[in-house]
Structure formats: C-alpha cells, structure tokens
Write a protein that binds this ligand. Structure first.
Ligand SMILES: [Cu+2]
Length: 146
C-alpha cells in the first residue's frame, strides 16, 4: 500500500541525510491521538451509575449487539467498570474513575450472560456486581444476592 511510496521517499531522503529519513518516517504517522471523550458513542448507550457500593444500569433488558456503557462514578470512592462474558473478555474502563468522573466502554454483546462489576479493591464483594443476560430469556435472579 503506502510502503512503496514510503520506500521511495526514504531512498530520496537517504541522499540528503539520515535526519530527513527520520522526518519522513515521523510525518507518516497519524496526526495526533483524538480525545477519547469526543468520539460519538457507538451502539446503544447505557448509563452505569456507580455508587458506594452499587451499580445501577439505565436499562436492564439487553439483546445481542453493540453497547456503549457510560460509567459514571457518583460515589465517594474511586470506581471502575469491568465486563466479562461471551466475546467480551474482561473489558474495563481505563484507569480508575475518581468521584465525579466518568468513562465509556464499548463492547459487543453476543448471546449469554455478562457480568459487570467494579474491579477496584473489594468493591465486587461489597455489592458492585451484577449480571445481564441477552437473548430475551427470563433474567436469572442476581447470583450475589444483596
Ligand atoms: Cu468500586
């Protein structure tokens, strides 16, 4: 693809000097990393409100498809959101969300059960753990009780 063009550029630059080759190589990279928060949400937007210590979803009925979870930390301690299930292997919001912060996590849900929890400290055991099921079958009762 662009390798041939780059090679020709490189050969030309080689006659000028190594610095020019470097400049040409750097110029070929993507301009700048776009801000993650500015990207338009893909798929169905679901708000996951995280408090101490509970996760509340803006919707509880799911079908297979693409979802963008907007994890909002409405608590007083740091939280994060992690999802695991068929085709989604431990996807989580980057870093840790401080109180008041939020982050999005886009995943494509297939058919089955998906667990959503907070991976920070022992929050999962404190109640920040829930399961959603796609496919329209009857939702099982929460395995973690309350
Ligand atoms: Cu937490």
């Amino acid at each position: 693809m662009s390798i041939r063009r780059a090679a020709r550029h490189g050969a030309h630059a080689l006659a000028i000097g190594t610095a020019a080759v470097f400049a040409a190589a750097c110029g070929g990279t993507t301009p700048s990393s776009p801000p993650t928060s500015a990207a338009a949400p893909a798929g169905t937007s679901v708000t996951a409100t995280m408090t101490d210590y509970h996760i509340a979803l803006s919707q509880t009925s799911f079908t297979p498809g693409k979802y963008t979870f907007n994890a909002v930390n409405s608590g007083k301690t740091p939280h994060a959101l992690e999802i695991n299930g068929p085709g989604v292997v431990n996807q989580r919001t980057p870093g840790t969300l401080q109180p008041g912060q939020s982050a999005t996590l886009t995943v494509t849900l297939g058919t089955g059960s998906y667990e959503l929890w907070c991976p920070i400290d022992g929050h999962k055991g404190l109640g920040m753990d829930l399961t959603v099921t796609t496919g329209g079958g009857p939702a099982p009762s929460s395995p973690s009780g309350y």
